[in-house]
Design a protein around this ligand. Sequence first.
Ligand code: FAD
Length: 287
Amino acid sequence: MKIRDILAEKKPTISFEIFPPNARMSLGKVMAAAARMAILEPDFMSVTYGAAGGTRADTVKIAGSLKELLGIPTIAHLTCVATEKEQVKRIALEMKEAGIENVLALRGDIQEGIEYPSPDYYTHANELVTELKKLGDFCIGGACYPEGHVEAVSKEKDLEYLKLKVDSGCDFLTTQMFFDNNAFRDFMEKLRSIGITVPVLAGIMPVTRATQITRIDNLSGASVPPELMRLVEHYGDNAESMMKAGIAFATEQILDLVASGVDGIHIYTMNKPGVAIRLIENLRGLI
Ligand code: FAD
């Protein structure tokens, strides 16, 4: 099922993001975690893709299996910054043959040692969106950044390029994780004012370990409000307490977004079914 059709019928949607196997988590463990989350009946699940393309086979396999075995609509992520254009096209066609209907079109982070920009590679995600439109009837999602992308010259320019990406053929957008709902609401107002009308899913990451905060800060530039920082400082040394406090913070954040009329909530599960289960239990009857 295409995600654009789900979004046309339901508001807000709830979706989960999982990542493919890595050195610490085997394919079997990823699938087992995904199956436990599927029981919660999310509207769809997304499967990430390594920036350098190394997870390609697993991303396609997991997205295909979740859909076929568990009946959950899926979206496969696809990055283009470190893979030559012709190869990206082949991968998209491979996804189409595997029955994948939904693709999150991403540039990916610029890897050390690659020539960027280069004529053999797509420079920005809008070019990948244009290519995907030519290759098949995919439902296409794009990424967006309520507090601005880390490389953006300015927030205004970032929005201008986001409009170009959506006009190239995005059916919906998913935000990077954020913790400050006011920043999201402000972003939504600006985005709508420049004529971006597609649904925007709010990316929520429950902070369940104190160390996540430093990583988030380094990797994404998402600001951490004082109330979340206080929780981390107070509960961070106790794993169980930090988990509970992080889930409580995410629950409140989601309820406030739902009350503000958000199109959907996309939960960065970090492959932890326990976190997804507790969060959904908290939301039961409220969304
Ligand atoms: P773009 O839309 O190309 O934007 C990147 C930068 O270029 C921005 O600063 C923008 O303002 C600027 N820009 C955009 N278009 C133009 C243009 N035409 N001309 C000039 N400047 C332009 N990474 C992964 O490796 N794998 C994943 O699975 C993955 N999943 C993600 C899911 C979500 C929901 C999000 C928010 C991010 C994800 N990322 C993933 C991270 C993403 O790849 C990085 O944030 C990357 O740096 C930017 O990707 P993008 O698609 O937003 O790029």
